[in-house]
Write a protein that binds this ligand. Structure first.
Ligand code: R5P
Length: 305
């Protein structure tokens, strides 16, 4: 564990001091935010005791400060949740005046209903627990049966979207591509991002049977042979929502396929599976991974100023 990670940047404003502190899984993201805000940055020190329990320590004094704790909820979402809860309570115990949680990828939102009797509706429980913070800033949370985080959180929330940044990315790197939303829910990203980028979009229909089994039928109002295809979705988890149409696009002899996810979770070797099918994969950096090449920190900085 390194204690020399507390770096002071120039330009710290007078008044309540603001400290940006990031967990191991969000170090790059946190550093970028701190640098752009001209605030001090440090790493949240965590480890597990021999019995598996979480140990968490702030390596700097927090008294009177506004603590911005950056912790995305992937990988290891259960650990991240406990870190966020301990982090919030511990910051207060050490005298922080205000605690803002920056959660670039908010987990636990897809279990938003009791699909089978006795199941836990995770999104409400997690929202309730995290509401101990003063403010929560996140990006494109998976909202299906609710329309806003404000319906489940008891604290202030700021929901950002990557749409403008994705549109700029498509304009710069995927000129002339056909944008594909793999299911009805992706309509909101695919259509809006495509129209901002001046590209045509089609949206497919998906039926999900289990976490790993989905059925998607590719239907298009424009010819697909020889086209560059960009499939856009909010989350790439097991990758099956992308894999199903990729297989059909390949049979239709498209020129190239790129999968773009706002949040690259890549459970169960999804990234390797997508690459093996010959698809390029690009994600934002809400989750740190080898393909998180689209930087969305500017949107967070704007919201935190
Ligand atoms: C669900 O409706 C989401 O928008 C994504 O399509 C889904 O989470 C992707 O999951 P997977 O990669 O496991 O198919």
């Amino acid at each position: 564990m390194h204690l020399k990670t507390f770096v002071v940047f120039k330009g710290v404003k007078r008044g309540m001091k603001t400290l940006v502190i990031a967990s191991e899984r969000s170090l790059d993201f946190g550093r970028k935010i701190a640098r752009k805000l001209h605030k001090p940055f440090s790493k949240l020190l965590t480890k597990h005791f021999p019995d598996g329990e979480l140990y968490l320590r702030y390596p700097i004094p927090l008294k009177g400060a506004h603590v911005i704790l950056v912790d995305s909820m992937q990988p290891n979402p259960d650990d991240a949740l406990v870190e966020l809860l301990f982090g919030t309570a511990s910051a207060r115990a050490h005298g922080a005046k205000k605690v803002t949680l920056v959660i670039p990828y908010m987990g636990f939102l897809r279990q938003d209903k009791e699909f089978h009797p006795g199941e836990t509706v995770s999104n409400k429980i997690v929202a309730d627990l995290l509401s101990r913070a003063d403010r929560i800033v996140t990006m494109d949370p998976h909202l299906h049966r609710i329309s806003s985080l404000k319906q489940i959180f008891k604290t202030k929330t700021k929901t950002l979207t990557a749409n403008d940044i994705l549109a700029q990315h498509l304009k710069a790197k995927h000129k002339g591509a056909l944008v594909v939303g793999p299911d009805g829910e992706s309509f909101q990203w695919a259509r809006s991002v495509a129209s901002k980028a001046g590209l045509h979009a089609i949206v497919l229909n998906k039926k999900r049977y289990t976490s790993e089994k989905v059925r998607i039928l590719v239907k298009s109002d424009v010819p697909l042979k020889g086209r560059d295809i960009v499939i856009v979705d909010d989350i790439i988890s097991t990758g099956h929502t992308m894999i199903e149409p990729i297989k059909q696009f390949k049979r239709m002899k498209v020129k190239s396929i790129t999968c773009i996810g706002i949040h690259g979770v890549f459970a169960m070797n999804a990234l390797q599976k997508l690459k093996k099918l010959g698809s390029k994969v690009e994600c934002t950096n809400t989750i740190q991974n080898p393909v998180s090449i689209i930087d969305v920190t500017d949107a967070f900085v704007e919201a935190l100023r």
